[in-house]
Design a protein. Structure first.
Length: 102
């Protein structure tokens, strides 16, 4: 019985160390620009832009799938200009900026 307990503790310790190492080397960096663009969008989630809600549109803008902020028909001109300025000037995790237009 003691051997079984020692074996389980040893297996748990080894797996714990492996999970700790995996956390260090397999981290996915999140692009904070998506969160900022979502905050700027109106939050109508209408899908009029062709993407599933405002979060889908923000992801598409940051990923480069969409390059025109004017696809959002709910945003006013001021908000569109702010989003364009933010994305064109703010670098992402790879230190690159985006080229989006109105």
């Amino acid at each position: 019985m003691l051997n079984a307990i020692i074996a389980l503790v040893a297996i748990g310790a080894v797996l714990g160390v492996l999970l700790g190492l995996a956390q260090l080397y397999l981290v996915v960096e999140e692009d904070n620009r998506v969160t900022e663009v979502i905050a700027m969008l109106p939050g109508a989630n209408c899908g009029g832009c062709g993407f599933p809600g405002c979060q889908g549109f923000a992801n598409a803008l940051v990923d480069g799938e969409a390059t025109q902020v004017s696809l959002c028909g709910v945003c006013n001109q001021e908000t569109r200009e702010a989003i364009v300025k933010y994305l064109n000037e703010t670098p992402g995790p790879n230190s690159e900026t985006l080229k989006v237009t109105l």
